[in-house]
Design a protein. Structure first.
Length: 296
């Protein structure tokens, strides 16, 4: 039995299941402050005898296992969560292996294993919602180096006559600052759900996302791009992306059929939580290997 936590900026999804991605039980808990949210997370898992937990978390987070602050949520602007020791908090209660990565890397792992990129050695998963983040599988491995990818904070060219200042508290008009859900609401004066019939909203959204995808394609060359998150529930954004991306590429590289290449998650809203189950299984298997090695 494995535990999984998809720690998002608005809610924690917690589940128990197995390494095949089968969910036995799940719960949603609002993300308020740690001393309100985390006790509810712990109470949920105490109902089960779990062998490991996987956490896919909002960031930035410290994923360097050699770091003194490994397992921490770091420089998030979310009140109460800055420098929060998420992994150690769970380990101290349950004394079991904990797998840890970003929520989008977890979703990429889920999609590469059981979803839209199943059987592929590379893919890119991007969530566009309250924020914008991306996780990548490269040669079958989750991409991380100095830190984890922060693809939502790249700079993009301004759309003609777009004078919106941008919503990102760090960079103002980076991709997230121009195209995430809060930016849509502030720019247009209403939530995206209430702007469905405003073509100009989704045309602009697709323009900025297409620019980002061009950069990701030229740098990482993923075999599949998967776009999730609340904003991408407005399917007209895909149409805008398919329009602008060829114009931006301008024949420099050959493009596949975009409707097959840039797609919605095959696992739907479960990509992140199933990916967290897989992180739990990886941590469990690693612990077993280490015990076997130390016993030789």
């Amino acid at each position: 039995m494995l535990g999984a936590i998809e720690a998002g900026g608005t809610k924690f999804v917690c589940a128990v299941g197995d390494a095949e991605g089968v969910l036995v039980d799940r719960i949603q808990i609002p993300t308020t402050v740690p001393n309100e949210t985390i006790p509810k997370v712990i109470d949920f898992f105490k109902q089960y005898e779990i062998n490991a937990v996987g956490i896919g978390s909002f960031g930035p987070i410290d994923v360097n296992k050699e770091s003194l602050t490994y397992g921490n949520i770091t420089s998030t602007p979310k009140p109460g969560w800055r420098d929060y020791p998420l992994v150690n908090t769970i380990k101290n209660v349950f004394s079991i292996p904990v797998g840890f990565n970003t929520d989008v890397n977890a979703a990429a792992l889920g999609e590469a294993t059981f979803g839209a990129a199943r059987g592929m050695v590379s893919c890119l998963y991007i969530t566009i919602g309250t924020g914008i983040g991306a996780g990548a599988i490269v040669q079958g491995q989750l991409l991380q180096g100095l830190s984890h990818p922060e693809m939502g904070h790249i700079l993009v060219r301004r759309y003609q006559d777009d004078h919106y200042n941008g919503k990102c508290p760090y960079h103002h008009d980076c991709l997230e600052g121009l195209a995430a859900g809060p930016a849509i609401e502030e720019r247009w004066g209403d939530k995206g759900l209430n702007l469905v019939d405003k073509d100009e909203v989704w045309d602009l959204e697709g323009y900025y996302i297409a620019q980002a995808l061009m950069q990701y394609m030229l740098i990482l060359s993923p075999k599949k791009i998967i776009l999730g998150g609340g904003v991408m529930n407005q399917k007209q954004v895909f149409t805008s992306i398919y329009k602008y991306l060829p114009e931006l590429i301008n024949g420099y590289i050959s493009l596949p059929e975009l409707s097959d290449y840039i797609v919605s998650p095959g696992l739907g809203d479960n990509a992140g939580i199933i990916g967290a189950l897989l992180l739990a299984n990886q941590a469990f298997q690693e612990e077993n290997r280490n015990e076997m090695t130390s016993g030789e």
